[in-house]
Design a protein. Structure first.
Length: 157
């Protein structure tokens, strides 16, 4: 069975048969998600609770459930944009996670990330110049000041 089952379901080859670039991308994503982000943020009980509130998780009870209903109405969808704009309605350049994606769960998150990785790889292969221009624009953000000033930061100004 292919370890990238969702990729395989879309009639794509198993990891061993993927291009070296996509195989490397998937391995980097798995490493980042499992060894870094899972331990850094997703295993944090408070962070995990807030994620559940945002999606109005069925595990929530009592006051948390009452708070989760309106919170889920205003919480953004889990979405990746492959362009330098903040958002896009063009499905070719974005990917929205399925409703059952649970960010705090490594396995659930990776199902979505596998699809995102495959879509990114496909865009890089088919629309190389466009994607390289978008990535170059994003790389230029490194020295950009945040437009949001947080309370703690405003006191330091």
């Amino acid at each position: 069975m292919c370890p990238f089952s969702l990729v395989a379901k879309k009639n794509k080859p198993c990891l061993e048969q993927l291009t070296p670039q996509l195989r490397h991308l998937m391995k980097m994503a798995a490493h980042e998600q499992k060894n870094i982000l899972q331990n850094l943020i997703y295993n944090n009980a408070d962070f995990s609770w807030w994620i559940k509130v945002q999606r109005n998780d069925s595990e929530l009870r009592g006051l948390a459930k009452a708070f989760a209903v309106p919170a889920s109405w205003v919480s953004p969808k889990l979405k990746v944009s492959f362009i330098s704009q903040c958002d896009t309605d063009l499905p070719e350049y974005s990917n929205v996670a399925s409703e059952d994606t649970k960010l705090e769960s490594y396995q659930s998150r990776m199902k979505w990330i596998e699809l995102v990785g495959s879509q990114f790889h496909d865009l890089m292969r088919r629309k190389t110049s466009f994607m390289e221009a978008e990535l170059s624009a994003m790389a230029g953000w490194v020295d950009t000041q945040d437009s949001v000033v947080y309370l703690k930061e405003s006191r330091a100004l």
